[in-house]
Design a protein around this ligand. Structure first.
Ligand SMILES: C[S@@+](CC[C@H](N)C(=O)[O-])C[C@H]1O[C@@H](n2cnc3c(N)ncnc32)[C@H](O)[C@@H]1O
Length: 197
């Protein structure tokens, strides 16, 4: 895909997000994942990690009875969404989540590190965020729950994918159409959490 075409696509999702009142074009990535894999369930509890400005939470709240949205950055209020300001790599954030819910049906993470431009470093940080998202998923998911996590492809990615496979019955790597073509981001979609008591 040419840069011109890629910019056009970016523009398209940007305009669509405006048209539908979504806070971020990334909302379409979750919509596309949902269309294909049905990860969100009616009436469930969703934890949305790296949630700000709230595009994914907007989509999740269409299905869920409650969404716990977590981010380092503030987020404007949304119906059925409880915002928790915190770092997903810190145990104190797990405790803050626990003040609102004891378990969840779905954990989704679109958390991204601040891009330094040094790909090896950015990729390692992305994996670190995913490891912490998986830790939160293992902490809160009910038996049979679902997990979605954005990761930058690279050295530690296959190992992380194997780790996810240990805990879920179905695991796929998905590149949503709404991602920019030159992007190395991929979404791990995992269904059917195998809870160990
Ligand atoms: C691509 S944005 C998420 C967009 C969001 N899914 C949406 O649809 O609006 C990535 C987010 O990850 C957050 N983030 C990065 N590191 C984090 C961390 N350690 N703890 C919590 N949030 C983090 C950033 O603050 C940023 O808001």
């Amino acid at each position: 895909m040419t840069r011109w075409y890629s910019e056009k696509k970016k523009d398209y999702y940007y305009k669509e997000a405006k048209k539908h009142g979504y806070r971020a074009r990334s909302a379409f990535k979750l919509l596309q994942i949902q269309q294909r894999y049905r990860v969100l369930r009616r009436g469930g509890v969703v934890i949305d990690l790296g949630a700000s400005p709230g595009g994914w939470s907007q989509i999740a709240a269409k299905y869920a009875s409650i969404v716990i949205a977590v981010d380092l950055q503030p987020m404007q209020p949304l119906d059925r969404v409880i915002f928790v300001k915190g770092d997903i790599t810190k145990d104190e954030t797990i405790e803050k989540i626990r003040q609102h819910i004891s378990e969840a049906d779905v954990v989704i993470s679109d958390a991204s590190p601040n891009i330094s431009g040094k790909y090896t470093m950015d990729q390692a940080r992305s994996v670190w965020l995913c490891q912490n998202a998986l830790k939160i998923a293992k902490e809160f998911l009910k038996e049979g729950g679902n997990f979605v996590c954005k990761i930058f492809e690279g050295e530690d990615y296959p190992q992380f994918l194997q780790e996810v496979k240990k805990h879920f019955r179905m695991v796929k790597a998905h590149a949503p159409k709404a991602s920019r073509k030159q992007s190395s981001e991929i979404y791990i979609v995992a269904k059917g959490f195998k809870k160990t008591w």
